[in-house]
Ligand binder design. Structure first.
Ligand SMILES: Cc1cc2nc3c(=O)[nH]c(=O)nc-3n(C[C@H](O)[C@H](O)[C@H](O)COP(=O)(O)OP(=O)(O)OC[C@H]3O[C@@H](n4cnc5c(N)ncnc54)[C@H](O)[C@@H]3O)c2cc1C
Length: 244
């Protein structure tokens, strides 16, 4: 009987480990064999397996894919250091072997051409980085507003990339929300993200606007409330990914 390809455990090699901030890094991975490349939709996630020196599995954890299908078989995941697993993964070196399994998940780029409003807190940006890279590669000019919450500019993974994209593409409007920083960058707000801030920057709601969010539960509860206050049917049009 054929194995479901999603459940296959595929060998990958670490190409690079790039620090994005003091606490977050990107693992750049490529399949040992091109036939093991993972076909995924932007927003999906994989299990990352780390090994013991004897090659046996030490542990696995779930990570949203932070690169896009348009990036080819090379796959990136963005990791925030928390406990033992993420510390151990931060010691990976170019040439090290890991395994990946997947892709999993239904939190993907909404179909169609309707506007998208994204809310991300910190490392919750990873599925959206994948979506934005794919939209950029597709050149479709689909309207995207990104609310992105962090403590400081230095803390915010991939912020430079989003600033760069916003400079080049009119369809992309980021609103950076920083709780401990008053930087000199594009559109930003100081303080915790709340209903007022959201309402100030929310683009006009259209029938086909989809809302996506990823962050801590309290952050997402607040967004749900803020959108409901605007009469948006959150049950139908707000999708979430929870990293818990
Ligand atoms: C769908 C989804 C997507 C996610 N995407 C991301 C993402 O893009 N970026 C991100 O940073 N996080 C993401 N997460 C969270 C991620 O899966 C981890 O929960 C997070 O990185 C916590 O890491 P940790 O170091 O605290 O690991 P832990 O939660 O401590 O451990 C992870 C695993 O390692 C095992 N383990 C830990 N320590 C040991 C030990 N000493 N010996 C043996 N086994 C051990 C645990 O039992 C567990 O199975 C996502 C979660 C989900 C559910």
């Amino acid at each position: 009987m054929a194995i479901n390809p999603v459940l296959m455990i595929r060998p990958f090699v670490v190409r690079e480990l790039k620090w994005e901030s003091a606490e977050t890094y990107t693992l750049v991975l490529s399949p040992v064999d091109e036939t093991d490349a993972i076909q995924f939709a932007p927003g999906q996630w994989v299990y990352l397996y780390l090994h013991n020196p004897d090659g046996s599995v030490w542990a696995k954890a779930a990570y949203s894919i932070a690169s896009a299908p348009s990036d080819g078989s090379r796959l990136e995941i963005g990791i925030k250091i928390k406990g033992d697993f993420t510390k151990r993964a931060s010691n990976l070196m170019p040439g090290d072997r890991v395994d990946l399994q997947g892709p999993f998940g239904v939190f993907v780029l909404p179909p169609g051409d309707g506007p998208i409003v994204i809310f991300a807190a910190g490392i919750g940006i990873t599925p959206f980085r994948s979506m934005l890279r794919q939209l950029n590669a597709d050149g479709k000019e689909r309207k995207v507003t990104l609310f992105y919450s962090n403590r400081t500019v230095e803390d915010a993974p991939y912020l430079e990339e989003f600033l760069e994209l916003a400079k080049r593409k009119d369809w992309f409007k980021p609103v950076f929300n920083l709780t401990q920083d008053k930087p000199d960058i594009g559109t930003w707000e100081f303080g915790r993200l709340d209903s007022d801030m959201i309402h100030r920057h929310l683009p006009e709601d259209t029938k086909d606007t989809m809302y996506l969010m990823c962050g801590p539960k309290a952050f997402m509860d607040m967004i749900k409330q803020a959108l409901s206050e605007k009469g948006i049917d959150v049950k139908k049009r707000l999708k979430q990914e929870l990293f818990g």
